[in-house]
Write a protein that binds this ligand. Sequence first.
Ligand code: NAP
Length: 445
Amino acid sequence: MPDIAIIGSGPAGYYTAEAALKTWGDAARIDIIDRLPVPYGLIRSGVAPDHQSIKGVARRFETTALADNVRFCGNVEVGRDIGIADLAQCYDAVVLATGAPMDRPLDVPGGDLGNVFGSAAFVGWYNGHPDFAWVKPDLSHGTAVIIGMGNVALDCARILAKTRAEFEGSDIVGHALGWLDAGNLSRIVILGRRGAQQIMMTPKELGELGQLAQAMPRVDPADLPPLETDSELEPGARKSLAALRSFVANHGAMIPGMVPIDFVFCSAPHALIGDAAGNVTAIDVEETRLDAGRPVGTGVIRRIPAALVISCIGYRTSPIADVPYDVREGRFANVDGFIQPGLYCVGWARRGPSGTIGTNRPDGFGVVDRIAADFAAAAARGALPAKSGRAGFDALVRSRGLVVISFEDWKRIETAETDRARADAPREKFVVVEDMIAARDIAPS
Ligand code: NAP
């Protein structure tokens, strides 16, 4: 029965492990390898800190993690500490569930100005991802422009707009909470290159924007299509448009103490403008018209003041040496999760950055079906290559002097994070890898 390595311990990784357990029960050995010492990927570092109910899916993954034949091997980076070819020596199947942690680049002049961030960096900062602990956005004044009209843009707008009290019960990291609390933005703009009917935002998340204590979403009625055309939309899009229609009531309103969150449609980023110190001061946008649903520039350029820019325009998978990569799509080159014999991918690494956490479940089951079929076919041909299995992996990491963090270690880190939490928070995450590892050594088990 197969030895399987799953690279990445986010939802795609754990749903794949769950599927493998359903398929082979105790007979398979499943190692989940992650470059961080802590599990759960996007659940920990991507899902917004004030969406604790979504983060609750980690409890389901813990059931899988605690199965006798499943291991967590944290703090091992595939492609740096250990190669794909190394893993192929050990495991019958290697499944890349590495997500899409890099920002899709904002391809306009001025993208490298100060106080311009991609959503991977900004979200990673407020969620305590070690790669982005350095991010210190200047929130002291002016307008924040958020580019993109997906749910990540909504997350960023909401996090910027919330008061300290509204973070009660969240696990936003202390460094970001203090920074946001000291901020003094006067306006937030959410910028879309297409129209109100083409937003990627979902109704529930839009609804949250209308409930904020000290910010109010505003939509210009002139930007909305006639009401009678709503019936042409599928139900989700219709509900999202209904949410936008409800924001029209705030159009033009200026309420002292309320930060306006303005939706600006049909405006594509054209250039970012900076000052002598190299910090962004404005964004030039080109007005667009829609041609068969696609945005086409009209040549009309407008300038919107911007003291902070966050680009939320999608993500790309990080390439790994020796793994075929589809540069255009920004993910591994694959056919339905199959990359090459013994190598597979799931989740955003397979299909790109779309869908909800739950979308990864069928993905995981699909790739396990494929592995099972390939494994059975090879066995029938008598062509199953011998693998060194877990013993081979353990020998490799030992020989390279790697510190591997187990699930039991993670539980100690988790205890330490819970112990040091603010009174109104479930945890205070460690944001430095060395601190995570040190916490494993000092926390009581
Ligand atoms: P998304 O839903 O694909 O939205 C990306 C946005 O960026 C779109 O509005 C897109 O516009 C725009 N965009 C892309 N390239 C652009 C460019 N060059 N210039 C200007 N705008 C550009 O992606 P996302 O917001 O990153 O979310 C990723 C996935 O995670 C989605 O499936 C999302 O629903 C999910 N998610 C869910 C939640 C939740 O359920 N609470 C929270 C966060 C994320 P066009 O449409 O014109 O391409």
